[in-house]
Design a protein. Structure first.
Length: 199
């Protein structure tokens, strides 16, 4: 066997090994991708509330096993556990979504009202830096998790999000209910009425 043949064979083996490693790592993972890059300044400017701590109530089975970054501080959280112990309103949004820009401030105002249930945002299908910038510009400080820049993030996939924005109520028993009416909130009265339907 010539030196060139040995070299070519070695390169081929290395390429196959790398491909196997990549495919093995991707297969079966329910983790939302980490928010990459240095987001320190963007996180400081956005000043988001901390993600809720893991609760002792029934975990949200639909989101079982999914890990994601807390958008505000980058800590890794078990999504089904931070949404447990509800009721919790979950809002899925993206930085490029025009109706999301209208709805997010409404949810911020609702969350500040007496008797409001906990509100947690899920940024999906857009870069974390863009999401942090949008929240800063809108003055929205809701605790949020990052579902990655992919159109099929694990949280979005598990919730079967039809289009953005999308809101869900997680009840104390860990059940997830899609809010179909209204599809987008224009007022805190609408949010209150939708949450009450599942309380």
């Amino acid at each position: 066997m010539t030196t060139v043949t040995k070299w070519a064979l070695g390169v081929a083996v290395l390429v196959v090994a790398v491909l196997v490693a990549v495919l093995t790592t991707r297969g079966g993972s329910k983790d939302a991708p980490a928010a990459t890059g240095d987001l320190t300044a963007a996180r400081a400017a956005a000043a988001l509330q901390a993600c809720p701590p893991a609760a002792s109530g029934p975990a949200v089975g639909q989101l079982s096993g999914i890990q994601a970054d807390c958008l505000g501080d980058g800590s890794r959280v078990a999504v089904s556990k931070i949404l447990a112990g509800g009721p919790t309103l979950v809002n899925v949004w993206a930085s490029w979504c025009v109706p999301c820009r209208t709805e997010l401030p409404v949810l911020q105002r609702y969350a500040a009202e007496p008797g409001a249930v906990r509100v947690v945002g899920v940024q999906t299908a857009s870069p974390a830096a863009d999401g942090l910038g949008l929240l800063h510009d809108l003055g929205v400080h809701l605790p949020s998790v990052y579902d990655g820049n992919d159109q099929a993030g694990p949280i979005r996939t598990a919730l079967k999000v039809p289009s953005l924005p999308a809101s869900y109520v997680v009840t104390p028993d860990g059940q997830v209910h899609f809010i179909s009416n209204p599809r987008t909130f224009d007022s805190t009265d609408q949010v209150r009425a939708a949450v009450k339907d599942y309380s």
